[in-house]
Design a protein around this ligand. Structure first.
Ligand SMILES: Cc1cc2nc3c(=O)[nH]c(=O)nc-3n(C[C@H](O)[C@H](O)[C@H](O)COP(=O)(O)O)c2cc1C
Length: 465
């Protein structure tokens, strides 16, 4: 059948159609379809803004995303986001806050979603047929884009004074925020405090990005993530949620990042570890259903969802935190722990002394966390995995380390500066076990994590090693 076109209709009729569509909360195209259906004697009509909706046929697998559009300039991008989500086979429902209606109209959002748009908590028709609790319950994922400073503040404090916040408070679904605001608003301590609270509450975030602000020509952090980025984030979250959970019921301990070894209260010895690999492993383990504790040295990474993070600074703190986190079924030691610390770290800032060019710093050995845990007589995790970050003789050193440390597996990688692995996004691993060496192809740190978790799941299920 030919596709619908309203181009040849005169302007007065077009205007009438637009008004009628707006009255019914439909796109013009849907309104024309409805009129044609009625003319053909089919009385079933699609839902309108004020009536009980007729059941709409949806493919069985269509996942329902609820998009809450907040009152920011970036709201115009959310209309494109709806298209991007629909392209991915998702059903999108929209709530617009009162402020959002100043930037985009329910009509546009309704036309693109092909669904009714919700704006009012106290809408009798809405309460009768869908209601805020049903909106909250039926969403498999709620995306807030743009997430205004105001919405973030209300969410962090559990306010529910309008439809958007009432739904956000009532939902059990995962929430993904795409903040967008002026850089000063984003940097404000109140916003950062709210953000930290929301992350601790299990809310996922994407962006904001750095760049030009639409309203002022200002630059900085505050631009909403691009619709394609948000859509990819939505896909990732839904995929992870639906993925098999081979580590369900298992407790996994992961260490990540560098350690900082104090020289005095203001100086320390550190290394170039970014923590990216350990964090990716913790995220993959949590995605596989494990109960994950991540003991993290000082890093500059967002806190992973669904993972208990214990922050530490020095190697000794890390060992203590690891021992406290036991028992575990699996322990993965990805942290780059300093081998040495300053034995005579000063309690006060070391001052330059006349006639002396350098202070006398003596080094002493740090505890070997991997070896300590692998050699535990009782409470040793069933599978102890270490990393060997080497710059020469990678495989030989890794094999020696496997024997010496008493662990089960070593993931060997070459961290020479030219590999870009330390601090970078990719990694090349050789898995060394008692039964041999397995070379993995160069891949992203996320893919290394996924490969490792698949191996762990297979080992725990008795399929190998
Ligand atoms: C032109 C204009 C642009 C705005 N842009 C933003 C923005 O990008 N981010 C933001 O947090 N607030 C922005 N605001 C302020 C919000 O609209 C205001 O805080 C409002 O109460 C938010 O309501 P909501 O969170 O319920 O959507 C803007 C206001 C105006 C007038």
């Amino acid at each position: 059948m030919a596709s619908l076109t309203v181009r040849q209709i005169d302007d007065a009729l077009k205007q009438q159609l637009r008004l009628r569509a707006a009255r019914h909360g439909r796109s013009v195209e849907d309104e024309v379809r409805t009129i044609l259906r009625e003319a053909a004697g089919d009385t079933e009509t699609p839902p309108t803004a004020g009536s009980t909706p007729a059941p709409v046929e949806k493919p069985a697998a269509a996942k329902r995303v609820l998009l809450i559009i907040g009152g920011g300039i970036a709201a115009y991008k959310s209309l494109d986001l709806i298209r991007r989500l629909k392209e991915r086979g998702l059903t999108v429902r929209c709530i617009l806050t009162k402020a959002a209606e100043e930037f985009v109209t329910p009509l546009s959002a309704g036309a693109i979603t092909g669904e009714r748009v919700f704006t009012d908590l106290f809408d009798p028709a809405h309460e009768f047929d869908v209601g805020h609790i049903r909106l909250a319950r039926e969403a498999e994922l709620i995306v807030v884009a743009p997430a205004t400073a105001d919405l973030m503040a209300k969410m962090a404090n559990g306010l529910a004074g309008d439809l958007a916040t009432a739904v956000l408070l009532a939902t059990k679904a995962q929430i993904l925020l795409a903040p967008a605001m002026n850089p000063a608003m984003w940097a404000n301590r109140a916003t950062q405090r709210n953000l930290a609270q929301l992350i601790a509450d299990g809310v996922a975030t994407i962006g904001p990005n750095e760049g030009e602000m639409a309203e002022s020509g200002e630059r900085g952090f505050g631009r909403m993530a691009e619709p394609l980025e948000i859509a990819a984030g939505v896909e990732r979250i839904l995929k992870l949620r639906d993925a098999p959970k081979p580590l369900k019921g298992k407790r996994v301990l992961v260490t990540a990042g560098p350690t900082h070894e104090p020289i005095d209260p203001v100086r320390y010895i550190a290394n170039r570890s970014s923590g990216k690999q350990g964090y990716a492993i913790a995220i993959a383990a949590a995605g596989a259903g494990a109960d994950v504790v991540l003991v993290s040295g000082p890093v500059n990474l967002p806190r992973p969802q669904g993972v208990t993070v214990v922050d530490v600074e020095s190697a000794r703190d890390m060992l203590e935190a690891v021992e406290r986190a036991l028992p575990a079924d699996v322990a993965i030691f990805a942290a780059a722990v300093a081998d040495w610390r300053v034995a005579n770290a000063g309690a006060q800032k070391i001052k330059k002394q006349a006639g002396k060019t350098t202070p006398d710093l003596a080094l002493t050995e740090n505890p070997d966390i991997l070896s300590t845990i692998a050699h535990r007589a009782s409470g040793r995790p069933g599978l102890v995995i270490g990393f060997a970050a080497e710059t020469e003789n990678v495989l030989a050193n890794a094999k020696a380390k496997l024997a010496k440390k008493g662990c089960d597996w070593i993931l060997a990688n070459d961290v020479s500066p030219e590999t870009g692995i330390m601090g970078g996004d990719r990694n090349t691993i050789q898995l060394v076990t008692a039964s041999g060496v397995e070379a993995w192809p160069p891949q992203s740190k996320e893919d290394v994590a996924a490969t490792l978790i698949a191996h762990i799941a297979a080992a725990l299920n008795g399929e190998q090693n």
